[in-house]
Design a protein around this ligand. Structure first.
Ligand code: SAH
Length: 218
């Protein structure tokens, strides 16, 4: 077997172990687990970190940002999906593009925005070999949502906000769901917001740790 074939096999084994761990952590959604089995997470981190790509930790991706922990990616998507399909989905904070790839296998359409241009370029390069025609990336400040593609059935925010940006609530379709970590340096919690007409039903979920949601682009 060639070195390349061997390393592909060992990445697939590491991915299978990651998925087993996600199951033992309580993730039940088979569509999410299948997507996480499929996306080569090691190709989204720097080469020197590839050996820890399937550990259950956040890892640096440069520009003081991190690729989210596998459990958190799986859990957020599972909660957003419960009892329905994700539909047209906005991701705020594409980072290296990993979660956008997982979403691309689970949602009908994905718009992923990132405020740091060089990270967006990296996400684009990382996603290209996966050929996911339903994933579109955009350099933009996601606190304003993405008006040209709104409304969304699902909005998932990968950075922690001080408060929920109004534009994101406004860009939810009827019945749409928004998942966003909220809180400052001390404690952050996932907030799930479901739009019912012009009512917004909020549930506070588990404690998490994300990089901050910032405004503007760079
Ligand atoms: N989902 C990513 C995690 C990236 S970390 C992954 O799978 O790797 C969060 C990202 O949110 C960072 O890249 C950061 O630059 C970005 N971010 C922070 N504030 C933002 C904003 N207002 N609009 C768009 N992206 C933002």
């Amino acid at each position: 077997m060639t070195g390349q074939a061997e390393s592909l096999r060992s990445a697939a084994r590491a991915r299978a172990r990651m998925v087993e761990r996600l199951r033992s952590q309580g993730v039940r959604d088979e569509k999410v687990l299948a997507a996480m089995m499929q996306v080569p997470r090691h190709q989204f981190v720097e080469e020197g970190l590839a050996y820890s790509a399937y550990d259950d930790t956040a890892l640096p991706i440069g520009f003081q940002q991190t690729i989210s922990q596998p459990f958190v990616v799986a859990r957020m998507i599972e909660l957003l999906r419960s009892g329905r399909e994700l539909g047209r989905t906005l991701e705020v904070g594409a980072g290296c593009g990993y979660q956008a790839a997982v979403l691309g296998l689970v949602a009908s359409e994905v718009y992923a925005v990132e405020r740091i241009r060089p990270l967006l370029d990296r996400a684009r390069a990382n996603l290209r070999p996966l050929r996911l025609p339903n994933v579109r990336l955009k350099h933009a400040d996601g606190t304003m949502g993405l008006p040209e593609a709104a409304p969304f059935d699902t909005i998932i925010v990968a950075a922690a906000a001080g408060s929920v940006p109004q534009a994101l609530k406004e860009q939810l379709a009827p019945g749409g769901r928004l998942m966003i970590p909220v809180g400052g340096g001390g404690e952050q919690r996932l907030l799930l917001i479901e739009r019912q007409g012009n009512l917004f039903k909020e549930s506070r979920l588990e404690a998490v740790r994300f990089v901050p949601l910032l405004t503007g682009t760079e």
